[in-house]
Design a protein around this ligand. Structure first.
Ligand SMILES: [Zn+2]
Length: 538
């Protein structure tokens, strides 16, 4: 997801300046904590089977939740926003007792469920959810022609704003069916492979979709409207596109970038991770979202981001930012997912870095370096990128831009591109279809490089301040003393200094070291386009 528009950026800046984080409320804890009643089970599958009525702006139906118990227990925790009604929860056809606490639903079984055994419940619900969050949650809109246009986008608010589920980030179902009944004549595009549609004989048609991979709850989506379909194949992969009939010509032109995007990311990370489900771009009335295998698109069929130069350095107008950024989440966000929202930089920092890889692949290294450095102006350095665990506190926007600049720094710390490309590919394979925390990624990089990169990861992700290289020049004897000003005790990061074209790599620590220099202090440079650091000269 892209969280901020240009206008919002400033507003947020001022808002954040005045805020210190409020202590988490009960709803945050219920949502963010991986409680014993979440941890006692492992999700296997969902079958979400709903009817959506555009006239009444109403959703009703059920989610069949299959899970395996990991402990003997008689209670599990599910989530459904408080303004939606739980009608009944059935277990072997018998209603279960349940208790609501804010958006959480505690479900109690009449007998102890046994560890290792698989169970299924049917959760019936209904209601008319109001639009919520930046992109609407479940939003009942109309298109410019006045026809119904109904979409879901709920990453921040949680899937619970439109369907009942185990709404957290650690555990995902292995697969999912999505069945959506809508008035005849409308189309629903959801995640996964289209299985067929059935005329229900009452003016409604049910559209069935099958997701054959693990999927984040918030990634599950319905897109209901008057859609026209067109398709391409790229190396045997299906690329399916859905736009309003009026926009097919524009869509065909703009979405031709999808094949090049897949080619670029496959080069760096290997095969597109959701091959069985295919890849889709679906037109929506908001900017866009990385719904798995069903990326939603509202970028005006134009390059840049909402027709602007996203990083202001002349590179972003060369490609469609939403196609490139949201699709990058198929690799980071969807295939590799963070296990807690605290570590969401794994989605956004990496997806933002992948924009650079795309630029490097298509337009060359110089453009990529210019593009990534264009992000510096967006970095705030107000709070650490990783937020406290277990309270569902969304990280600051630095997770995007500082995150990407950090990964670019890491490439230069590794200082061997052949090794870097292999690291990226191996890291992706290691964590594909898994839900991980930053520690898992740090451990991988440490093991593969044989370096201790932990203080570097920690300084950039768990501390507010950038590392600053302190340079003290001694013109009398042509030397310079240097050290890192950094919060992490073991911080020791190599960096290129000297003159462009003739860099010398030094490894400053927090203790002072001195080297001889053959240029004047004014000519002595630090490669700040390769390493995202501050430089203090004295
Ligand atoms: Zn994103």
């Amino acid at each position: 997801m892209v969280r901020l528009s240009f206008g919002l950026l400033l507003v947020t800046l001022f808002a954040q300046a005045a805020q210190t984080p409020a202590p988490p409320g009960r709803a945050n804890i219920l949502r963010g904590e991986y409680s014993q009643w979440r941890a006692n089970n492992d999700l296997l599958s969902y079958h979400l089977d709903v009817r959506i009525d555009p006239e009444q702006k109403r959703i009703s139906g059920k989610n069949t939740i299959r899970f395996k118990m990991l402990k003997d227990d008689a209670r599990i925790q599910l989530d459904l926003v408080s303004y939606l009604v739980t009608e009944k929860i059935l277990f072997n056809g018998q209603p279960l007792k349940y208790e609501r606490e804010l958006n959480t639903v505690w479900v109690d079984f009449p007998e102890t469920l046994r560890s290792g055994r698989e169970y299924a419940i049917e959760y019936f619900y209904s209601g008319s959810p109001p639009a919520t969050g930046r992109f609407g949650g479940l939003a009942f809109r109309t298109d410019p022609q006045g026809r119904p246009w109904i979409n879901t986008a709920c990453e921040g608010e949680g899937a619970m704003v439109w369907w009942p589920n185990k709404d957290q980030w650690r555990d995902e179902v292995e697969n999912m069916r999505i069945s959506v009944a809508i008035p005849n004549g409308l189309t629903d595009v959801s995640n996964g492979r289209f299985q067929g549609k059935t005329d229900l004989g009452d003016g409604y048609t049910r559209w069935d979709w099958l997701v054959q991979y693990p999927i984040n709850n918030y990634s599950v989506s319905v897109n209901i409207g008057t859609y026209e379909h067109f398709a391409e194949t790229y190396k045997g992969e299906t690329l399916d596109f859905w736009t309003q009939p009026e926009n097919v010509a524009k869509g065909k032109k703009q979405f031709s970038q999808a094949a090049g995007m897949i080619e670029a990311y496959e080069k760096f990370f290997g095969e597109y991770p959701f091959k069985k489900d295919g890849y889709k771009l679906i037109e929506v009335p908001y900017s866009g979202m990385e719904h798995q295998s069903a990326v939603t698109y509202g970028n005006h069929f134009a390059n840049g981001y909402l027709e602007k130069d996203w990083t202001g350095v002349g590179i972003s107008p060369k490609f469609d930012f939403i196609v490139i950024h949201e699709s990058a989440h198929e690799w980071f966000g969807n295939a590799i997912s963070a296990a807690d929202v605290s570590d969401m930089w794994i989605h956004e920092g990496w997806a933002t870095y992948l924009e650079n890889l795309y630029v490097e692949h298509v337009f060359g290294y110089d453009d990529a370096l210019k593009y990534v450095n264009g992000y510096k102006i967006k970095v705030q350095n107000r709070t650490p990128i990783i937020t406290p665990r277990g309270i569902h506190r969304t990280p600051p926007q630095d997770m995007y831009f500082k995150g990407a600049l950090f990964i670019n720094t890491l490439r230069n710390v590794v200082n061997d591109d052949a090794k870097w490309w292999k690291l990226l590919r191996d890291m992706f394979k290691e964590f594909e279809y898994k839900n991980i925390l930053t520690e898992d990624m740090v451990a991988f990089f440490n093991k593969q490089t044989g370096m201790n990169l932990t203080p570097i990861f920690d300084q950039y992700l768990r501390r507010t301040e950038l590392p600053a290289l302190e340079l003290t020049f001694h013109p009398g004897d042509s030397t310079v003393s240097y050290r890192w000003r950094a919060d992490e005790p073991g911080f020791a990061m190599p960096i290129r200094v000297g003159t462009k074209g003739n860099w010398q790599i030094i490894t400053p620590t927090r203790d002072v070291q001195t080297i001889a220099i053959s240029v004047s202090p004014e000519q002595f440079e630090v490669a700040t386009d390769l390493y995202y650091v501050n430089v203090v000269r004295q």
